[in-house]
Ligand binder design. Structure first.
Ligand SMILES: [Cu+2]
Length: 192
């Protein structure tokens, strides 16, 4: 018994030190592992809050692209390392500035679904924990199949986390979405 207590104490200290070393405010919450993103979710930190791609410092036009067949189904690999309830959506754009996949920042009421342009897939964020609570760490990797559009050339795939516990409900009933998003993107080159 004594040994177990001691062990628990030590693991708590380790967990505490890990929190000091990695303040959650500086971390994104999901990470696109594959295909290779413009900016990684862990090293990207708060840059992943910058719409539309979560990679404000990256030269998108000059970035390397993953070559994939047009119209094919690819499997995305996504890690959830800090859980929030909500959705993960996958969008695409041929505009390297991503003007057509800019997120919406306000909806008229809580009953209005958040709209997403050029949507390829939408899933409920999988909870990696037994007891799901916001902000709790629990790295898990899941796969998501997405059918690519039947077009050729450069495409930016956008993976966006929508955190429904970060909605700002105003007095007039409108809902602000300024805090709900994390963005990541991968550059693909679609070939016939
Ligand atoms: Cu958080």
């Amino acid at each position: 018994m004594h040994f177990i207590k001691k062990f628990k104490f030590n693991s708590q200290i380790i967990a505490f030190l890990a929190l000091i070393a990695l303040p959650t405010s500086a971390l994104a919450h999901i990470d696109l592992l594959s295909p290779k993103p413009l900016l990684g979710g862990v090293e990207g930190g708060n840059a992943l809050k910058a719409s539309p791609f979560g990679a404000p410092e990256v030269d998108v036009a000059g970035a390397e692209a993953t070559v994939v067949k047009s119209g094919s189904v690819i499997e995305l690999e996504i890690s959830v390392f800090i859980y929030h309830p909500g959705d993960i959506v996958v969008l695409y754009t041929t505009d390297l500035s991503g003007a057509d996949v800019e997120p919406v920042y306000e909806v008229a009421s809580i009953d209005v679904e958040v709209p997403h342009n050029n949507l390829l897939a939408k899933i409920t964020t999988p909870c990696p924990l037994v007891e799901c609570k916001s902000g709790r760490a629990g790295a898990s990797v899941f796969k998501l199949s997405v059918q690519l559009p039947e077009i050729t050339g450069d495409v930016i795939l956008v993976v966006r986390q929508v955190m429904t516990d970060k909605l700002d409900i105003e007095d007039d009933g409108t809902v602000g979405l300024g805090r709900v998003y994390y963005h990541q993107a991968a550059k693909l080159h679609l070939v016939p």
